[in-house]
Design a protein around this ligand. Sequence first.
Ligand code: NAG
Ligand code: NAG
Ligand code: NAG
Ligand code: NAG
Ligand code: NAG
Length: 232
Amino acid sequence: MELQGRRSFLHNRAKSGDVVHAGLVVSLLIGVWYAQALEVNTGKVHFIEVMNGSSVLLPCTYASCIGIKNLYFKWEFKDNGTFIKLCEAVIPSEGIEPNVKIYHERVEFVGSSKTNNISILLHNVTFEDQGDYICFARNPKEKERNHSATFTLYVVDELKVVDNTLTLIIVSVLGGVIGLIILIMVVKAVVLAVLNKAQEKNKECLVSSSGNDNTENGLPGTKAEGKPTPKA
Ligand SMILES: *[C@@H]1O[C@H](CO)[C@@H](O)[C@H](O)[C@H]1NC(C)=O
Ligand SMILES: *[C@@H]1O[C@H](CO)[C@@H](O)[C@H](O)[C@H]1NC(C)=O
Ligand SMILES: *[C@@H]1O[C@H](CO)[C@@H](O)[C@H](O)[C@H]1NC(C)=O
Ligand SMILES: *[C@@H]1O[C@H](CO)[C@@H](O)[C@H](O)[C@H]1NC(C)=O
Ligand SMILES: *[C@@H]1O[C@H](CO)[C@@H](O)[C@H](O)[C@H]1NC(C)=O
């Protein structure tokens, strides 16, 4: 009886070993599936155009359905094929603000772990800043898989000049149209006045020549008041 009990005990242990083994396999499988879990995103717009001398937000957020632990991230600038590290940090766990190391004098970290935001600001943009900015993240929970998203910056000279030209064009077109309308109205008024005078003269002529026209009374001017002359 005792021996049997021990055997079944051993048997049970072997069984639980199997369970542990199966568990390992399952967690490995889940681990593979987890490899898709982290996402980094630079938003809907993947490029921006800024004027030299201004500051620009380089947006990036991350999302992970399994949560993060010691999430490593960095921002890089791709300059002629070589990557220049702008900043890097480790987020110990969700909601804990990272201690960001910044390697570029005009870069400021403006993100927050509370909003999964790892955006940076680039101040006093120069033409040399034009290019690709890579937001990179790696969550050790996900077998050290790399994730990244690219944001392209275009630097332009005097963005306002373009705006001004456009406003100028709109204003001149509008001004031209309004001017034309005024001109047409003035011309029309003058033409109408001339025509009126001519008509009056004509009427006078008709009245003087024969009282046979359509007016109720042959007086000039009453027609103009009673029946306004049709506008051309
Ligand atoms: C932008 O660059 C142009 C040409 O180099 C320069 O004249 C202008 O002052 C710059 N603007 C700013 C705000 O730095
Ligand atoms: C980048 O590449 C261009 C030609 O493609 C070259 O003229 C320039 O010197 C390079 N700049 C740097 C910083 O390597
Ligand atoms: C940007 O430029 C302004 C004036 O040129 C300067 O006062 C400021 O310190 C600069 N900011 C950075 C982050 O370099
Ligand atoms: C990230 O943070 C910056 C600075 O607070 C903010 O301007 C930006 O809108 C945030 N981005 C997102 C996607 O929340
Ligand atoms: C992930 O990025 C690092 C550099 O940060 C690189 O050394 C490593 O090979 C990359 N791993 C994969 C799987 O791409």
